[in-house]
Each structure stands twice: as structure tokens, then as C-alpha cells.
Design a protein around this ligand. Structure first.
Ligand SMILES: *Cc1c(COP(=O)(O)O)cnc(C)c1O
Length: 422
């Protein structure tokens, strides 16, 4: 068993994490820390959370043996944890429900959030509709363009979407704007952060809400192995994509004590780890302070945040949750990169081989699992977090494939070019 008990009382994961926030937010953060400490293990809170996950989200999400893909790779068995089947299409809803339940108990009627791919915004707008809370979502103007269906979804759900025109007009700029709003409206406003980042208590709180993913796997995997008459108890390797790192922490955290299970996080290598056009903070960044915590960030020699790039808006972030920086330093988890091209290939492959359209974020984890499986034996196993579904990405994929989305003849062209996977 790997001994692990983090964060400490001040929200530190080793030298990472903590709380770097303006004085105006100190009170709000203390209030939130106290509320979370009070309700975290409160039986009524826990029961309501589990009931929401069961009836509103549709949990537990299944683990699926990707038999055809495993066979074609010719190595390890690949299993997919199907977070794509959750209501709203990704893992983000798990965390949002927990935070919205806290907001209700704290008497905050106004919710703000920031979003990159739009998935966290949709999840937040969804739960605000469900609980009758006001919802304001900040989104980089560039992402508004890249993810227009999600913008319209949020509006349908009653949220106000504010496009952010500053900086690179992506997630980090939306985050700054959300922080500014929180400072100005701290009395009646709860800031729902969508990943394991931000000042304490957010990284640990979001991890805890998301850890339902890994906790389910701990009982699902032995049952599946038994059914397949395999001797294994838990997977040899768990793989997840890392943007801010919440789906990865959610599946990793319950596995940390199981030292025979390797944990691998997959960052966006964009156009290549050596091109400067990527979002691989853990592999290419260095220690610094961003958005209220100390972690690994993409910065230049003067501490200026560098522009990042990924084919997937959800991984396009210059920082990463502080707990990942700590797990990397401890050697308990390792982090690798997958390029835009590799992710896109894996996206198409999973569509054809298994009948599942994955999110481009998740396609990074799939791509790495495919590489890895080939180097392993058939009695070994890889569990992949399929963090979300790819409906939101089909426009991006069509553009990159040179296909006109609504043009039937050219769709036929694609079918001929690609050919059936069989
Ligand atoms: C947002 C998102 C991610 C990246 O966020 P993490 O906090 O790293 O999990 C990954 N996959 C999907 C489908 C997402 O929507």
C-alpha cells in the first residue's frame, strides 16, 4: 500500500497548492473551507449527492471492455470508464453538483463559472436550471467560436454567457474575468471551478467530488475480470487525459494506495513537445503561481504566462492541478504527451472500431493507451478514463478533415477514403 494523505491543513500538496488570493477573497475562501469541512462527511449531504448522481447523472457509469480495439492492438486488454454516458456528456457534472449543493446550503443564489470547451459551462448551467440558481458563465471569445453548440446549450438552459476578449481569448482569460467577478460580488455569489485548480479548498474538493469515478472502478474492475475469467484484481495501468486534471484525479485518487497500478496522465503535446505549441505544463513547464495556487505552469524566464495550444479546448490551459505536480514529484504518477494528430487518429479509430465517438480531450488518453497496449501482454490490462463524448467536437473534426459538415456528397467522399474499419 502506498501511504498518501494530502493536502495538509493549509491545502498544500508538498510544495504545491495552497492559497494565493487577494485579500478581498480571503473571507470567501475561509467561508467555503468551513462549509466544505462541515458538509463533506455530513450523512444527509452525502446521501443527497449520491442520489443526484444516480438519478440525475445516471451513475454508476459502466466500464466497457473495448474487445475489438484490444484485439487489433494485439497486446493488453483496454477498458473504458464511460464518463461520456453521463448526463451532459462528460465527467464535469459530478463536481458541479457537489459545489451547487454547497452553494445552496451557504445561501448563495448567484453562480459564476468559467469554461474552455464549454463542457463545464453546460454542466454548471444545467445544475443551475435544476436548482433555480442564477448562472453567469465566462468564456474566451476564441472558445465561443470553437464551441458554438455549447454556447447555445448554455443559453437554452437559462445562463448568461459573457465572451472574454482579453489576452488569447481562451480559458485562462475567462478564469481571470471570473475571479474579478467573484471579488466584486462575493456576498451573494458562489464560484464553481471546473477542475482541480484554484486556491484551497478547490483542488481537494473537486478531486473528492470527482473521485466517484475511481471509486466505482475499484469495484467494477474485479467484477469484470471475474466475468472474463481473468485472475487480475485491478488494472495494471490507469490512463487519463490531463487539462486541469479533474477527470484524471477523479480516477487516480482511489487508486493511489494500489501501488501495483501505474497511473499515467496524458497532456496535450499539440504540434509536438519541442515546438512550443502545446499545453504540457507538467512536462515542459516549471513551478509558479497561477490562479490562486502553486503548481507547474507554462511561463517564460520573466514569469509571463505562455500561450498554449491544443486541438481540444478542454486541454488548452497553461497550468495544471497542483496535486498532479506533487504526484509527479513523488513518482506516483507519470505524465506523457500525445499530439493533435495522434489524438485525431485515435478519435477516428474509436469511432470505427468500437462505435464510440470520444471527446477530443479523451482521444488523447485513448491514443496513449493504444500505443501502450501494443507493448504489453494480453493478460495485462489498461483502464482508460473516457472523460466525455465527442458530439461537441464533430465540427472541429470535420473542418480538420476538409469535410463540409452539411455536404452529403463530401461525407460520402470521407466514407470511401477511410473505408470501413472491418
Ligand atoms: C474539460 C474536459 C477535460 C479536461 O478537464 P480535466 O479537469 O483535466 O478533466 C477532459 N475531457 C473532457 C471531455 C472535458 O470536457
Amino acid at each position: 500500500m502506498f501511504e498518501y494523505s494530502y493536502p495538509d491543513a493549509n491545502g498544500h500538496f508538498g510544495s504545491y497548492g495552497g492559497s494565493f488570493a487577494s485579500e478581498t477573497l480571503t473571507h470567501a475562501l475561509v467561508e467555503l473551507r468551513e462549509a466544505y469541512a462541515k458538509y463533506q462527511h455530513d450523512p444527509e449531504f452525502v446521501a443527497e449527492f449520491n442520489s443526484e448522481l444516480a438519478h440525475f447523472v445516471g451513475r454508476p457509469s459502466p466500464v466497457y471492455h473495448a474487445g475489438r480495439m484490444s484485439k487489433e492492438m494485439g497486446g493488453a486488454q483496454i477498458y473504458l470508464k464511460r464518463e461520456d454516458l453521463n448526463h451532459t456528456g462528460a465527467h464535469k457534472i459530478n463536481n458541479v453538483i457537489g459545489q451547487a449543493m454547497l452553494a445552496k446550503r451557504m445561501g448563495k443564489q448567484r453562480i459564476i463559472a468559467e469554461t474552455g470547451a464549454g463542457q463545464h459551462g453546460v454542466a454548471t448551467a444545467t445544475i443551475c436550471a435544476r436548482y433555480g440558481l442564477e448562472c453567469v458563465v465566462y468564456m474566451g471569445a476564441e472558445d465561443v467560436k470553437r464551441q458554438s453548440p455549447n454556447v447555445y446549450r448554455m443559453k437554452l438552459l437559462g445562463a448568461t454567457v459573457i465572451p472574454v476578449e482579453s489576452g488569447s481569448k481562451t480559458l485562462k482569460d475567462a478564469l481571470n474575468e471570473a475571479m474579478r467577478d467573484w471579488v466584486a460580488n462575493v456576498d451573494n455569489t458562489f464560484y464553481i471551478i471546473g477542475t482541480v485548480a484554484g486556491p484551497a479548498p478547490y483542488p481537494a474538493m473537486v478531486r473528492d467530488f470527482q473521485s466517484v469515478i475511481g471509486t466505482e472502478c475499484l469495484t467494477q474492475m474485479p467484477e469484470i475480470f471475474k466475468e472474463l475469467k481473468m485472475a487480475n484484481e485491478q488494472p495494471d495501468i490507469v490512463v487519463a487525459c490531463v487539462g486541469g486534471g479533474s477527470n484524471a484525479m477523479g480516477i487516480f485518487y482511489p487508486y493511489i494506495p494500489f501501488e501495483n497500478t501505474k497511473l499515467i496522465g496524458v497532456e496535450a503535446a499539440g504540434e509536438g513537445l519541442d515546438t512550443g505549441k502545446h499545453s504540457a505544463s507538467l512536462q515542459k513547464g516549471s513551478s509558479g503561481v497561477l490562479h490562486g495556487n502553486r503548481t507547474f505552469i507554462m511561463q517564460d524566464d520573466n514569469g509571463q504566462i505562455l500561450e498554449t495550444h491544443s486541438i481540444s479546448a478542454g486541454l488548452d490551459y497553461p497550468g495544471v492541478g497542483p496535486e498532479h505536480a506533487w504526484l509527479q514529484e513523488l513518482g506516483r504518477a507519470t505524465y506523457v504527451g500525445i499530439t493533435d494528430q495522434e489524438a485525431l487518429q485515435a478519435f477516428h479509430y474509436l469511432c470505427r472500431a468500437e462505435g464510440i465517438i470520444p471527446a477530443l480531450e479523451s482521444s488523447h488518453a485513448i491514443a496513449y493507451a493504444m500505443k501502450l497496449a501494443k507493448t504489453m501482454q494480453p493478460e495485462q490490462s489498461i483502464l482508460v478514463s473516457l472523460s466525455g463524448r465527442g458530439d461537441k467536437d464533430i465540427g472541429t473534426v470535420a473542418d480538420l478533415s476538409g469535410v463540409d459538415f452539411y455536404d452529403r456528397p463530401s461525407m460520402r467522399g470521407l466514407a470511401v477514403k477511410g473505408g470501413p474499419a472491418a
